[in-house]
Design a protein around this ligand. Structure first.
Ligand code: GLN
Length: 304
């Protein structure tokens, strides 16, 4: 079977499995989606592109955006960035506060909320117009001017984001936030509100399968080493306290979001995006995980 046939067969199989997931409801606006939506898009380095199901429908990418903000901050600061946060899996939920006290305000990694809030602070300190410049960064990587924040989703999260407010203030009390917490959070909520469809998401992430090089313009976004390290972080921390499970079952670096999206990378080969909004108890897409597990099993295309 070729790649397209494998994607199609896996999609049909997983589509009909009993979805035990539930929509994320702690951000009110995220409930306004068709819970049965299910889409997949794969983009390869050698330009084989294929989508199935609701791959053309935009959804809230939420924490998947943390990989993009890290990429921009890492490209600006280089290795200095690791004085502000760690590279260890946390083994805790995405929004957990518990380790920060013992760790003196240094988040374990950039993909838990605490880490992504520190990355937001770094971008605020280093960019003149952070929101605009971040948007230009992702638009230029994928040559797609359609990418945008969702005002509705950002406002919805802002109205209930008390835990993130607590995280940001707590980290600031240790001196690891330079800007006003309200400004940092304003950027963070916009970041998480980015909307994309599976096609846009897989095209945007293809640079991480291509040694940090933009496939469309062939310019370098990250060095080879930085790209390797971001993939390593996705492999070890991309699914919070389910990262081990994802590595075990899927065997690819990846990142999830509570909007039900997952993007996974096969270095030097492809980027694949899956969207199904119902989540398992760890906050990762139930069908998305299942699809990728079956896909890498059938295709034997994992990194292991
Ligand atoms: N914006 C969400 C939050 O901060 C992102 C969480 C996620 O996608 N895991 O809670």
């Amino acid at each position: 079977m070729n790649l397209e046939e494998i994607v199609r067969a896996t999609y049909e199989e997983v589509k009909n499995t009993d979805d035990k997931g539930r929509l994320a409801s702690y951000i009110p606006e995220l409930v306004n989606v068709d819970s049965e939506s299910f889409g997949v898009f794969i983009s390869t380095i050698d330009h084989t592109n294929f989508g199935i199901g609701n791959f053309n429908e935009k959804f809230s990418i939420q924490s998947i955006a943390k990989v993009l903000s890290l990429s921009l901050a890492y490209s600006i600061l280089g290795e200095k960035i690791w004085t502000r946060l760690g590279v260890e899996p946390s083994g805790t939920a995405f929004n957990s506060l518990v380790q920060l006290e013992a760790d003196k305000g240094i988040p374990r990694n950039p993909f838990i909320n605490a880490g992504a809030i520190v990355i937001s602070d770094i971008l605020l300190s280093n960019l003149k117009n952070p929101k605009e410049e971040f948007l230009s960064f992702i638009r230029s990587i994928s040559n797609n001017s359609e990418l945008n924040y969702s005002r509705k989703i950002a406002a919805s999260e802002k109205s209930v984001g008390f835990r993130n407010v607590a995280l940001c203030n707590f980290i600031k009390s240790f001196g690891n936030i330079e800007n006003e917490p309200s400004d940092v959070l304003d950027f963070y909520f916009d970041l998480c509100s980015l909307e994309m469809n599976c096609k846009e998401l897989s095209e945007l992430f293809l640079f991480l399968a291509n040694n940090g090089c933009n496939i469309f313009a062939n310019n370098s976004i990250l060095t080879k080493s930085q790209c390797k390290r971001i993939n390593a972080l996705m492999q070890t921390c991309g699914f919070y306290d389910e990262s081990g499970e994802f590595a075990f079952k899927v065997g690819l670096p990846g990142k999830s979001g509570v909007g039900g999206g997952i993007v996974a990378i096969h270095p030097n080969h492809y980027a694949i995006a899956v969207w199904s909004p119902k989540l398992n108890e760890k906050g990762n897409s139930y069908k998305g995980m299942k699809f990728l597990e079956e896909f890498t099993t059938k295709s034997q295309l994992s990194i292991f």
